[in-house]
Ligand binder design. Structure first.
Ligand code: NAG
Ligand code: NAG
Ligand code: NAG
Ligand code: NAG
Ligand code: NAG
Length: 472
């Protein structure tokens, strides 16, 4: 009996070690969250991919998308980028498709301009943003797609932007720089669970899209390089950005909709944008910028649970004469800031035109801008709000806002924060303020009020992701 028991126990031990050895040598089933799970799965290595950081995988990505788009109508496909370093030039995504980047995988962007085919500028930006004429394709491109996911186990996409930043600063680029991920004219888009770093320019650029979910992104760029914005929703309807963290040399989020006469003509707003639980470090720019290119309009933006550290400004409005369009129905609450140059900053004199052909009579409408429940410390300037002469920014509301002065060495005396001595500076703006410390400028008339924040929930905020599994 004793012998038999020992025998059985030994057998169990052997069986379980054999099993775990087997399990480790095999792929592991890992959960991930997505708008849709996929029926088919393939690995970049199936298409000749090499993860050595040296070989180019552009052809492997192209072959994979060509092959996998055939099963789009049969439950869709997922392409795994396995552990390794995968150098590649620009490539295109497909519909009913998921690109899954393994936790230990890094997609490395080629530093060769020839790996980014030249394409036409976006119509609402006139002849181009950084240079007239064609622009470089982005690293990862999606055009006219439906149901497309770029996700992973927090895998990395590294734009290797140094060479682009240097050429840009030296004015040696003949075309607008590539973005890291650009999705155009698409619906049901998800970009999540990734680390994005060192883009040549903006990191994530959803443009003319509807139903966009951006979640759990970590975006990291040096704080002293040009235009490495985090996430730039551009003329999109129904977008949510959640649980993300950006350190950047430019705005962490920049909401856009086209530039002057070209944007006015295209006329496509960014609307119903929800931002929640977002953290930003942007010493030279804004946590959330509205504009400056806002000529197609920006409306119904809701931002809450915003944390900022060492940033130039909070939720900032940038516009000017010639822009036309509007920024309206903006709601911001639950904001915590530490070490800021400005808490509130609005500029009606931003300048920057695509060409001299802008219409000086095209004035933007800036109205119904609401900020509430904010604390900020170590601040230089509380509010610099400058509207446009003859075109005041109206219905600005601020309530329950407490701002503490810049800390001198050693912090504030006896833990008691002194009132800031730096003034507000308001011109051509109108609105109300309530429980704002230090007291707001007289243009924001004191009135007992809680600034508005919508009580309904946007449809995009109600979308629940499915739990899917992938063998990686
Ligand atoms: C490409 O797709 C076909 C089915 O259409 C399949 O038989 C083939 O194995 C695929 N090629 C690769 C390299 O996976
Ligand atoms: C994508 O759709 C837009 C708008 O419908 C159209 O103008 C454009 O030609 C399409 N692009 C491609 C590559 O199919
Ligand atoms: C993802 O990776 C980045 C970079 O290593 C790290 O800072 C971040 O905390 C990670 N995020 C998650 C959700 O694991
Ligand atoms: C005022 O704002 C703080 C956060 O900044 C919040 O904790 C508090 O509940 C708010 N007070 C009221 C009365 O809403
Ligand atoms: C206040 O703002 C106006 C308009 O932007 C500007 O001209 C002026 O210099 C500012 N004043 C101070 C003291 O910063």
């Amino acid at each position: 009996m004793g012998k038999l028991l020992t025998f059985i126990l030994l057998g169990l031990v052997f069986a379980s070690t054999a099993e775990s050895r087997d399990y480790k040598s095999c792929k592991q089933k890992i959960p991930y969250s997505a708008i849709n799970c996929r029926k088919h799965i393939a690995y970049l290595t199936d298409f000749g991919g090499k993860g050595d950081g040296i070989a180019s995988n552009t052809a492997a990505f192209k072959a994979a998308f060509h092959n996998l788009s055939k099963v789009a109508s049969d439950g869709g496909a997922l392409l795994v980028v396995p552990p390794g370093k995968w150098l590649t030039g620009s490539f295109n995504l497909a519909s009913h498709f998921t690109l899954y980047i393994h936790q230990k995988a890094v997609i490395l962007a080629s530093q060769d301009e020839l790996d980014y085919p030249l394409i036409d500028p976006l119509p609402p930006y006139g002849s181009g943003r950084e240079a007239p004429g064609k622009r470089f394709s982005s690293l990862i491109v999606g055009t006219n797609l439906t149901d497309v996911v770029v996700t992973g186990g927090n895998g990395t996409i590294d734009g290797q932007g140094e060479i682009w930043w240097k050429k840009f600063k030296a004015k040696k680029l003949k075309h607008t720089r590539p973005y890291l991920i650009e999705i155009l004219h698409s619906t049901h888009v998800q970009i999540s669970d990734l680390t994005l770093t060192n883009s040549p320019s903006w990191h994530v650029h959803p443009t003319y899209c509807t139903n966009v979910i951006i979640e759990r992104l970590t975006i990291l760029a040096p704080i002293d390089v040009p235009n490495t914005d985090g996430i730039n929703p551009d003329s999109c309807t129904d977008t949510r950005i959640r649980d993300s963290y950006v350190i950047s040399g430019d705005d962490c989020i920049a909401v856009k909709s086209g530039w002057d006469q070209y944007g006015i003509k295209y006329g496509k707003p960014t609307q119903r944008l929800s931002i929640r639980d977002f953290t930003c470090i942007s010493p030279d720019s804004a946590v959330i910028a509205l504009g400056s290119e806002m000529s197609g309009g920006i409306r119904d933006v809701r931002a809450e649970g915003i944390r900022a550290l060492n940033s130039q400004s909070g939720v900032r409005i940038k516009t000017g004469v010639g822009r036309g369009g509007y920024v309206k129905d903006i709601y911001v609450r639950d904001v915590e800031m530490d070490t800021m140059k400005y808490v509130f900053w609005m500029n009606g004199d931003y300048g920057s035109h695509p060409d001299p052909g802008f219409d000086p009579k095209a004035l933007p409408e800036i109205t119904n801008i609401n900020y509430r429940d904010m604390v900020a410390k170590n601040v230089k300037i509380v509010g610099a709000l400058s509207g446009i002469k003859g075109d005041a920014f109206t219905n600005i509301c601020m309530s329950n806002v407490t701002v503490a002065e810049e800390e001198k060495d050693g912090g504030s005396l006896f833990g008691k924060e002194k009132e800031t001595k730096l003034p507000w500076n308001c011109t051509d703006v109108r609105g109300v303020s309530s429980k704002v410390t230090p007291k707001a400028c007289p243009e924001l008339v004191e009135k007992e009020v809680d600034c508005a924040f919508p009580t309904d929930t946007l449809a995009i905020d109600k979308v629940k992701l499915n739990q899917c599994f992938v063998n990686v």
